[in-house]
Design a protein around this ligand. Sequence first.
Ligand SMILES: Cc1cc2nc3c(=O)[nH]c(=O)nc-3n(C[C@H](O)[C@H](O)[C@H](O)COP(=O)(O)OP(=O)(O)OC[C@H]3O[C@@H](n4cnc5c(N)ncnc54)[C@H](O)[C@@H]3O)c2cc1C
Length: 493
Amino acid sequence: MTTRVAIIGAGMAGLAAGCYAQINGYDSQIFEMHNLPGGLCTAWKRRGYTFDGCIDWLVGTKPGTAMHSVWRRIGALGDQPIHHHEEFIRVTDPDGRTAIQYTDLDRLEEHLLELSPVDGPVIRELIGAARALQTLEMPVGKPRELFRVRDHLGQMWEMRAFLKVFSRFSRISVGEFAARFKDPLLGEMLTAVLDSRYQMTSLLATMGSLAARDAGWPRGGSLPFARGAEKRYLELGGSIHYHSRVTDVLLEDDRAVGIRLEGGEVVSADRVISCADGHSTLYGMLGGNHVPDEVAKFYSDKYPTITSVMVCMGVDHDFPSAPRSIQFPLDPPLEIAGKVYDRIGFTNYRHDPTLCAPGKSVIRSVFYADYDRWRGLAGDRKEYEAEKQRLAARVVEELGKRFPDAAGKVEVTDVATPITYTRYTGVWKGAYMSWISTPGSGHIQIPHRLSGLKNFYMGGLWNLGSAGLPGSAVSGRNAVQVMCVEDGNKFRE
Ligand SMILES: Cc1cc2nc3c(=O)[nH]c(=O)nc-3n(C[C@H](O)[C@H](O)[C@H](O)COP(=O)(O)OP(=O)(O)OC[C@H]3O[C@@H](n4cnc5c(N)ncnc54)[C@H](O)[C@@H]3O)c2cc1C
């Protein structure tokens, strides 16, 4: 008899788990509370403009890499063209000087040396380390809990070329490294790409992937990417139930036997894989009774997470000479929901003509945000909406200041706050990248199964922390791999 698997959540982790469950001969169904696939990997339309809520860079866009094979296997990458940015971000200072984060490392080195020759040694150290990580790949093969001694040795062997960079740069944060530049503009450029608390290795790996052309933009953006995986899953024989919020994982003698949906319906299953948010799985659907201490400790303020507030604009203007992404100093600073911002960035999506009509543009501004302050505001709908409008108005005003030809041409704005992320996907604290890998925390990973609980598995952004879409997809795949091993089945890739 075929083994029935209930998968919770149709984000990238759930869709990947679904595809690999079908590939491996299980009879799976996905239960998703929303009315569409993708979870955080999403987009929405407003007055003819598509506002993308996710992808800045997608690791795995380079053919021949292991991650690329996963994206193709689950149908997320099909035939859509991939755009590779020549420059990732520009940062300007109050004197109008501009630092450009070129993705090509030779060009970047030359540019930075021209800007600040006195920073030569730090620039060379930065570029040398990023170069060394150009061939680093997202590990896909096997989840850690299935590692034997020889797998550890094999991994060390594969990583030998990167160990020097890792041991040197995992102990230092992006902010600490940025502070080494004598010219503060160069430091600003680094912290414009990643929050200053991240380990420097995270930034170097990103620079390496961009340089290797393994971190591009798939034409159409986030939602078509997720729709591709949904289509593949359905072709493989799976089924998805939308508008189906799971309230409980049902257990008998510490063995998962099914799920309960909001409204009370019970669905029996031989195996349950939760690819919904980690915190709501552990403390909601499982009632907080099966949280190992080594996992519980991560869901505390000691381990920082990250969230943001995002303003999307549809503009009746084509910004003929604007770069992909540019940051300006803000004077006076902007104070929103308890945080003060002295910089503003505008990202232009002109590299994708499918997002709006010719001659028009989609522009996005993102600010790191304080989840608790937004949650406090959300308690008062009027106050919350007023804060969103105040933010949108200032962003539109600043856009007009920096690009005078676009002044008065913003046709529509839309603001997504940390509360929006949580409302639509249940993600804890709006933390769409899970825990930040800081020098103190290291790279946090939580296991795909919980000790003492049979027939239950987990995947998603909290399992392979800080790893974005690739981490989520791989963790969904991993959950199925662990299940296969426990069932005595050879895992089919
Ligand atoms: C602004 C922004 C920018 C980002 N940029 C990038 C980027 O450039 N590159 C990158 O790789 N990543 C990026 N990410 C991160 C990436 O989107 C996430 O890491 C990834 O999408 C998480 O996938 P997931 O499947 O683990 O979780 P989710 O996408 O959260 O999926 C979980 C799913 O479970 C559903 N669910 C939750 N609870 C229940 C329940 N009780 N019952 C039924 N269903 C439930 C949710 O509705 C959701 O569909 C970004 C995210 C954001 C928000």
